[in-house]
Design a protein. Structure first.
Length: 295
């Protein structure tokens, strides 16, 4: 029997990259609505308490546990020691919270946080030297994670140097499978123009964390036509929850189930909560996932 747990990310309630989105939503409202909508896990947002015991005191009564949390690496642009130091603090915090995976994304040269930079036209391309720094650095971070019986899961992401199928393939080929695993994100793959089924089938042995997000097709076309930035795309509503966009999750779920994936599936849809009520969308996503997966 496949052991899959279902979580949701707080980014629908409050956006870490654009704190003005959802600034009125409190941490307690966010986690209470997650539990009420039927989820058992959460990733971590900027309003969450930084002390493990305090955070547990809020999550445990609501039946929530921590699935993971995002870590920004700068392996291609800064000395390894800087990333290493920040990573170990992050690792130890997640370990205290009982998480088994650490979401890592390389942010060297990334344009995902730039409001005016077109996400498709200005996406970074790593040099050979940068690829070497990235892959060797990730292997080292993976070793540090393994010390705590944890894994790093690499998050391919729009506006970064690892976004496309070819870039994901290269990253996986040039890192150690024992040290570096993959986060599989449906929304980022479809937004980038990749085939999510192909990516899953190619890397199923390395996938240890999953993000379910959907794409509004007309908004995606708008981003491309108007050369919008990633953040502008988010504000315009390019992302939504599963069941509300263009992605058919049934064949994706069939691959996941066939493969016997074990771990978290986390619903993640960064939207403007003033336009998309986070609780209603979370609840709708939960019902849709139940209809597709029986989870």
């Amino acid at each position: 029997m496949t052991i899959i747990k279902l979580g949701i990310a707080p980014i629908a309630w409050t956006n870490d990259d654009m704190p003005e989105l959802g600034k009125e939503n409190t941490f307690e409202q966010c986690i209470s609505e997650m539990a009420l909508a039927g989820y058992t896990g959460t990733e971590i947002g900027n309003k969450y308490p930084k002390n493990p015991e305090e955070l547990k005191s809020y999550l445990e009564p609501r039946g929530l546990s921590v699935a993971s949390a995002w870590f920004s690496a700068f392996l291609t642009t800064k000395p390894f020691e800087e990333t290493e130091e920040a990573f170990m603090l992050h690792r130890d915090f997640l370990h205290e919270m009982g998480a088994k995976v650490i979401v890592v994304s390389e942010q060297g040269h990334s344009v995902q946080g730039q409001m005016e930079t077109p996400v498709f036209d200005k996406k970074p391309e790593f040099t050979e030297d940068e690829w070497e720094k990235l892959t060797s650095g990730l292997d080292k971070l993976g070793e540090l994670a393994n010390e705590k019986d944890m894994s790093i899961v690499y998050h391919h992401h729009m506006g970064t140097g690892v976004q496309t199928t070819d870039e994901i393939n290269r990253l996986m080929a040039e890192t150690d499978p024992k040290k570096v695993s993959l986060l599989y994100d449906t929304g980022h793959l479809v937004f980038s123009g990749e085939d999510p089924i192909e990516v899953y089938q190619t890397h199923k042995d390395r996938i240890k964390h999953i993000h379910f997000k959907d794409i509004r097709k007309e908004k995606m076309e708008e981003v491309k036509t108007n050369t919008f930035s990633f953040l502008k795309g988010v504000k315009e509503g390019v992302f939504t929850v599963p069941g509300d966009g263009m992605i058919d999750f049934t064949p994706i779920w069939e691959e996941i189930e066939k493969d016997g994936y074990e771990g978290w599936i986390v619903v993640e849809a960064e939207q403007d909560p003033a336009k998309a009520n986070p609780f209603i969308y979370a609840k709708n996503a939960r019902e849709y996932i139940k209809s597709v997966t029986k989870l």
